[in-house]
Design a protein around this ligand. Structure first.
Ligand SMILES: *Cc1c(COP(=O)(O)O)cnc(C)c1O
Length: 401
């Protein structure tokens, strides 16, 4: 008789965003005349920039010619893209093209990276957290059992207003540490000095840091690291995930990359080689057309155009921050990130505040508790809406608070 992976049965029922979608659908069904503005799920709204579209068209035409046609590409990505990534995103940091693995998404990479790690590793996650790190470790059997809203074997690092949203260095030994800065959902970041404490911890304890840098393009402040490799010694202890999704609007187009330095060894084994082996076996590369589109992000026009979109979202974030503050809420994030993390008023819980914003203001947010127990009492706003909807949503919220 076939057996299933029993770990899947331990996962708690409904995924956060499907619960939200259900609540919104019910509200709309009961109130068909009411307008609903979505500031919940983290998806972009600005179209792909002209430089990207042009490159994509050109690549499509190439594919229709005998000389330009491409079949299977390299599993790790085409050299033209890996070289551009190294020259631009890792300038001066000593990262080499064969340390870059182009992929169809940072979500898949963050989830799949567990393939090359033992199931007995102790895993540390921030709380609140991007659910992918937690659920994929649960699927792999590294999380234990889900009891009272927590996985028994995970090491949770609370990130709240009280500690400035900075995870505390573990008092016990942990083996795999997921860090995401600028953070989803809190929108807060670490300084270089703060990140260095983590690199030092990982070096002392022979742990590996899985650094999700999906939002680095939103960094506006000087002392915030864009890459963990800006910290001395990080190449020996860290894997970094980046994505064109939020940077260049590729959420539907799909392109990302993971950096696995050759200096990174676990017990003498090169993780670069293991990840290469894993990708060659289970992945057949990102489409040529999409990699050409991603390459165009690094042209002069491409850069300028994507920066305009990022500035647009950051301006939305500023509007959200200022409006919520004016309405009397305590707000965080939104300066180096497209997320604003607000404390609920009068200590009401995240879902109650979510319901209030939905039913009274017609605004969809994400309840903080959906990202982990320490997210309770917070709510997340995304800056990815249109300017018009952002302003309208803020007016409506001001009217009910
Ligand atoms: C959006 C997001 C990503 C990007 O995922 P893709 O699969 O590349 O679209 C990665 N990490 C975090 C924390 C995110 O919010």
């Amino acid at each position: 008789m076939a057996q299933i992976n029993e770990n899947y049965l331990k996962l708690p029922g409904s995924y956060l965003f499907s619960t939200i979608a259900k609540k919104v659908a019910e509200f709309q069904e009961k109130n068909p005349e009411r307008e609903v503005i979505k500031m919940g799920i983290g998806d972009v709204t600005r179209p792909l920039v002209p430089a990207v579209i042009e490159a994509m068209h050109k690549a499509v035409d190439e594919m229709g010619t005998a000389e330009g046609f491409r079949g299977y590409g390299p599993e790790q990505g085409y050299d033209f893209l890996r070289n551009k990534i190294v020259e631009n995103d890792y300038k001066g940091l000593g990262i080499e093209p064969d340390e870059i693995f182009v992929s169809d998404g940072a979500k898949s990479d963050c989830g799949n990276i567990g393939d090359i790690f033992g199931t007995d590793n102790k895993v540390a996650v921030c709380d609140p957290v991007y659910p992918v790190y937690v659920d994929t470790n649960a699927m792999a059997g590294r999380a234990g059992d889900f009891i009272n809203e927590k996985w028994s074997d995970l090491y949770y690092m609370p990130c709240t207003a009280e500690n400035g949203f900075m995870p505390e260095i573990p008092k016990e030994k942990v083996d795999m540490i997921y860090l995401c800065f600028p953070n989803n959902p809190t929108g807060e970041t670490l300084t270089k000095e703060q990140l260095k404490l983590w690199v030092d911890y990982a070096r002392e304890n022979e742990s590996v840091i899985l650094f999700d840098s999906a939002y680095e393009a939103f960094i506006t402040e000087q002392d915030v690291p864009h890459s963990i490799y800006e910290i001395d010694g990080a190449k020996e202890v860290a894997i970094e995930f980046r994505s064109f999704s939020k940077t260049a609007g590729f959420t539907g187009t799909r392109c990302a990359y993971t950096v696995v330095p050759k200096d990174l060894k676990v017990n003498g084994t090169s993780l670069n080689q293991l990840w290469n082996r894993r990708q060659c076996t289970k992945f057949n590369g990102v489409p040529y057309i999409i990699q050409r589109a991603a390459e165009a992000v690094y042209t002069e026009e491409g850069r300028k155009q994507i920066k305009e979109n990022i500035d647009y979202y950051l301006e939305n974030a500023k509007i959200i921050r200022e409006s919520l503050e004016k309405a009397g809420l305590e707000v965080y994030g939104g300066i180096n990130s497209p997320y604003v993390w607000a404390k609920t008023p009068n200590g009401i819980n995240s879902w109650d505040f979510f319901d209030k914003l939905l039913t009274e203001a017609g605004v969809v947010t994400t309840p903080g508790s959906g990202f982990g127990p320490s997210g309770e009492g917070y709510i997340r706003f995304t800056a990815f809406s249109t300017r018009e909807n952002t302003e309208k949503a803020m007016e409506k919220i001001a009217g009910i608070l």
